[in-house]
Design a binder for this molecule. Structure first.
Ligand code: KDG
Ligand code: MG
Length: 405
């Protein structure tokens, strides 16, 4: 099976997506997601200018060899742009191989280790009543595990908290041609958040699995303090409590709290986790297939994590396309050390462009039984949605200093 085409499709059905479409001499088409939110065209160029020409004529079955060829062959290693491009090629080749086998991809990864994939959804509110309503709404939609994000008195906008109810699949915080600016106050947040979880537990009881995303905004000692303060509310996980490129900083957090920790959505290789995994400083690995080198690299990462009883928690916001989502679901179903899967349903426009066979019901996702990934791209529909630059926000402290967000 020789590769005859490797086209990059950029489309924007409500938000921007970059997709690699690989075609072969036996008439098959495989898809890979290469979407890097806010920096989409860099990956599109990396693929079409530097990778697609190298793929033509290659044996599509040689997935590991192609991965190594693109990773080692480039000389320049890792980084979000490179790893998203390699991921797109890798996922498209797995899609093709599974189609040739006539099997859903998870069967090639060892078969199902479970009957469904436990998913968590997002609830948020500017104040408590809005938040409680949002949690109820998610429950009505079938979510059985819920990420809770709350406004903080005195702070006008916070990334991840809708200013108004957003349609399904909307960006977490608007769509801006320039990065919007938000003001952040760590002390106000640290004072307020435990009171929110107390109220949520009072309202929903002890059994509902609750998660929270700190979005890298704390120092290790602040993160330790927050983890400790949240212990009575028994979180499923506390995510990105501190910017974890300082892997050593997690030792401090870990010494002080038993709140489970999830990290890694901005990482793009197993190397980024070396200390975190070896020293068991985290409980969940958050990388997305789309950003961390594809199925080939993620399997190795999860196998490493499994040795330390660390589980998966694959990143699944709407800036991962349905192609990237499906790739994660096949892995989720197959690996032994599955933890939970993030799931934000895409918009109807997005699903018009990406036809998918995965399903969600009563808290569980399933990738479906269609051979391959089970997602196809409708190029005519994609062409209707032109790319529009859109940026994530930036965060500043009250004195104007740029802060992590
Ligand atoms: O592109 C950035 C988003 O994917 C990210 O901010 C979402 O933190 C996020 C999450 O946990 O889904
Ligand atoms: Mg996150």
């Amino acid at each position: 099976m020789r590769i005859t085409g490797a086209d990059v499709v950029v489309t924007s059905p409500g938000r921007n997506f970059v997709t690699l479409e690989i075609t072969t001499d036996d008439g098959l088409t495989g898809y890979g997601d290469a979407t890097l939110n806010g920096r989409e065209l860099a990956v599109a160029s990396y693929l079409s200018d530097h990778v697609s020409p190298l793929l033509i004529g290659r044996d599509a079955h040689r997935i590991e060899d192609t991965w190594q060829y693109l990773y080692r062959g480039a000389y320049w290693r890792r980084g979000p742009v490179t790893m998203a491009a390699i991921a797109a090629v890798d996922v498209a080749l797995w899609d093709l191989k599974a189609q040739v086998a006539g099997l859903p991809l998870y069967q090639l990864l060892g078969g199902a280790s479970r009957s469904g994939i436990r998913a968590y959804g997002h609830a948020s509110g500017r104040d408590l009543p809005e938040l409680l309503d949002s949690i109820r709404e998610r429950q009505e939609q079938g979510f059985r595990s819920i990420r809770v994000q709350s406004g903080v008195p005195g702070l006008e906008t916070i990334y991840g908290i809708s200013a108004a109810p957003e349609p399904a699949g909307g960006p977490e915080h608007g769509r801006h041609p320039q990065p919007s600016e938000e003001i952040w106050d760590t002390q106000a947040y640290l004072r307020h958040l435990p009171t929110v979880f107390e109220e949520v537990r009072n309202e929903f009881g002890p059994e509902l699995p609750l998660l929270h995303d700190v979005h890298h905004r704390l120092t290790p000692i602040q993160a330790a303090k927050l983890g400790k303060a949240l212990e009575p509310y028994d979180l499923f996980w506390l995510e990105d409590c501190t910017p974890a490129e300082n892997q050593d900083g997690l030792r401090l957090v870990r010494q002080h709290t038993t709140t489970p920790l999830a990290i890694g959505e901005v990482f793009n290789s197993a190397v980024d986790y070396q200390t975190l995994i070896r020293e068991q400083l985290i409980d969940y690995v958050r990388s997305a297939v789309t950003h961390a080198g594809g199925i080939t690299a993620m399997r190795k990462l999860f196998d490493l994590a499994a040795q330390y009883q660390i589980k998966s928690g694959i990143h699944g916001p709407t800036d991962i396309s349905p192609v990237g989502m499906a790739a994660g679901l096949h892995l989720d179903l197959a690996i032994h050390n599955f933890g939970i899967q993030e799931f934000m349903p895409h918009s109807a426009e997005t699903y018009e462009v990406f036809r998918h066979s995965y399903t969600f019901s009563d808290g569980y996702l399933h990738p479906g039984e269609t051979p391959g990934l089970g997602v196809t791209l409708d190029r005519a529909a994609a062409a209707r949605f032109e790319y529009r630059p859109a940026y994530l926000p930036v965060n500043r402290l009250r004195d104007g200093t740029i802060h992590d967000w």
